[in-house]
Design a protein. Structure first.
Length: 60
């Protein structure tokens, strides 16, 4: 099992915790990482698309 240190607000190590092997011991999937990054970047878009109303359309 992997072990991670626990620190207080001053940065002093006060203990450690064991991480479960089923969650943190697996190989990362490049496809899952790709889709997670794409979802994050798509959610960062401003998304300011708009349409004109009847009053804003130029009549000729």
């Amino acid at each position: 099992m992997a072990s991670v240190g626990i620190c207080n607000l001053e940065g002093e190590k006060i203990g450690s915790i064991d991480l479960p092997e089923a969650v943190f011991g697996i190989e990362p999937s490049s496809d899952a990482i790709y889709y997670a990054i794409k979802a994050y970047l798509n959610n960062q878009r401003q998304g300011n698309a708009s349409t004109k109303t009847r009053a804003q359309v130029n009549r000729s």
